[in-house]
Design a protein around this ligand. Structure first.
Ligand code: F6P
Length: 471
């Protein structure tokens, strides 16, 4: 019997897709392919598997590409109304759900769940419904659908109603909030989020801690998980790709340029480096990182002229005022440290804000210390990437609130991300660690960081979804 269903046996759904388009003044569209765990994960099943990636058009270029019918095989971009998307993405996903899971609210004044919130929530529902309908339309009988992240929490429940035959998974790339924090959401909204996700057969999380937090919320607010299974898949770094990419010529050129900027200390020796690479993201704790570096210069003045904080803070979510303000504060504090401590031959903080992957890899290779101090983070792949490409070994100063702590905590120097003095102390300890110990730790960190490469991470989830009862 001919099926009215679509043809795809494996589907992935996420807000941001694997490709985006820019539109120039002449009307020409230029595609740009993105990276990340999902992109390399999906490549593991090969082009013949007939997989489909459903994503949202994000900017004018993407919308124009959809309208002109330009696209890539295996990708379906949804042209959701721009205002609906802005409400769902900026208003709900990034200003509410992201804040809840990363504990980012300044609670005396926020959140305020008012009529404006309700209006934006209706857009979030519309946006989730657009995904659910597209997936229902494209999926073959019994297909596997892997829904990604906090943007799409309602999709599993909606899709289950439309297509009970499908096997539905949902994966959270963020932390999950503790019960007391999660229930700041209005009761009906908290319940809707949980029930939406519990429409899936299986939920995936990056660490046991986030999986347990979800289960605790489900137990407290909706009477448990029902038939939904929960699993943990700790996405690792892609060692082969990173090592090959980090040894291309453009990375070498950037290392030379960075070394020039970092310079040499009073005795002519190479200055030490404390490196960080992040999106300028509220949860990454870049400001306290700078405060900790300043504290180090106060507490251990011998480091003056001898160490440089290389901070790459790339633009993110600039539609939101709070992100723009945070970006400005990072710049202001870096300038303040440089004018207060800097000397004619020494710039204590080398801050770069223009995204440049080759330069990030260059910094990874030459870093003496990597500072990864988020207030809360689903995983943090920088913590996993640095040890893999480091040339001579690098000490990892790692927040205990990063998901990566679960796998890397033993060989990192761990910090409470709010404790600026403790972080300064950890930086000093890292900078003075003997080379042998540093190299040994780096080796073990690299092994732990690559335990679950993206391809295996993706296949494990697919197999677990296909197995009706296991995991
Ligand atoms: O889960 C967090 C996440 O969605 C990541 O997958 C991604 O790296 C990051 O946030 C960036 O988000 P955005 O798409 O908003 O730039």
């Amino acid at each position: 019997m001919a099926s009215a269903h679509g043809a795809h046996r494996i589907l992935v759904a996420s807000n941001r897709g694997p490709v985006s388009y820019s539109l120039d003044e002449t009307g020409e569209l230029t595609p740009r392919r993105g990276g990340g765990g999902l992109v390399s994960g999906l490549s593991a099943i090969g082009p013949d598997a007939g997989a489909l990636w459903v994503c949202s058009a994000l900017g004018d270029g993407d919308r124009e590409a959809v309208r002109r019918g330009v696209g890539e095989d295996g990708v379906r971009m949804l042209d959701i109304d721009a205002d609906v998307h802005a409400d769902a993405y900026n208003g709900i996903a990034n200003s509410v759900l992201w804040f809840v899971h990363h504990l980012l609210y300044q609670t005396p004044l926020e959140p305020v769940f008012d009529a404006e919130f309700r209006r934006q929530w209706a857009s979030y529902e519309t946006y989730n419904r657009a995904f659910a309908e597209a997936l229902a339309d494209e999926a073959a009988e019994g297909a596997a659908v892997l829904v990604q992240d906090y943007h799409l929490t309602l999709v599993p429940g909606m899709l289950r109603e439309l297509r009970p035959d499908l096997r539905i998974g949902h994966f959270s790339h963020t932390p999950w909030a503790p019960v007391d924090y999660f229930r700041m959401l209005p009761d009906d909204i908290a319940e809707q989020v949980l029930r939406g996700m519990l429409g899936a057969d299986r939920l995936g999380f990056l660490t046991r801690r986030w999986a347990d937090a979800f289960t605790a919320c489900a137990d407290a607010l909706v009477g448990g998980l029902g038939g939904t299974r929960v699993g943990v898949h700790g996405l690792g770094a892609d060692a082969d790709f990173l090592r090959a990419r980090a040894h291309q010529a453009d990375v070498g050129e950037r290392m030379a340029a960075l070394r020039e900027q970092i310079g040499r200390g009073p005795d002519g020796e190479r200055r030490r480096t404390v490196v960080r690479v992040d999106r300028t993201e509220l949860s990454k704790n870049i400001v306290r990182g700078l405060l900790s570096f300043r504290q180090l210069l106060d507490d251990e003045p011998a480091w003056r002229e001898r160490v440089v904080h290389v901070a790459f803070a790339y633009p993110s979510r600039q539609d939101l005022a709070v992100y723009r303000d945070y970006t400005a504060e990072v710049q202001r504090l870096a300038d303040e440290i440089n004018s207060r401590y800097g000397t004619p031959g020494w710039t204590p903080v080398v801050l770069h804000v223009k995204d440049d992957f080759a330069r990030s890899l260059a910094a990874y290779r030459l870093a003496d210390v990597a500072l990864v101090n988020p207030v809360r983070d689903g995983m943090n792949l920088v913590a996993k990437e640095v040890p893999v490409v480091s040339d001579e070994g690098c000490v990892l100063v790692l927040s205990r609130e990063a998901g990566a702590y679960e796998e890397l905590g033993e060989d990192a120097l761990t910090v409470n991300p709010y404790d600026v003095i403790g972080t300064a102390r950890a930086l000093h300890e890292a900078l003075t660690m003997p080379a042998g110990e540093r190299a040994e730790r780096t080796k073990r960190l690299a092994a732990a960081a690559t335990a679950l490469p993206p391809a295996q991470w993706f296949l494990d989830q697919l197999h677990a979804l296909e197995a009706p009862t296991a995991g």
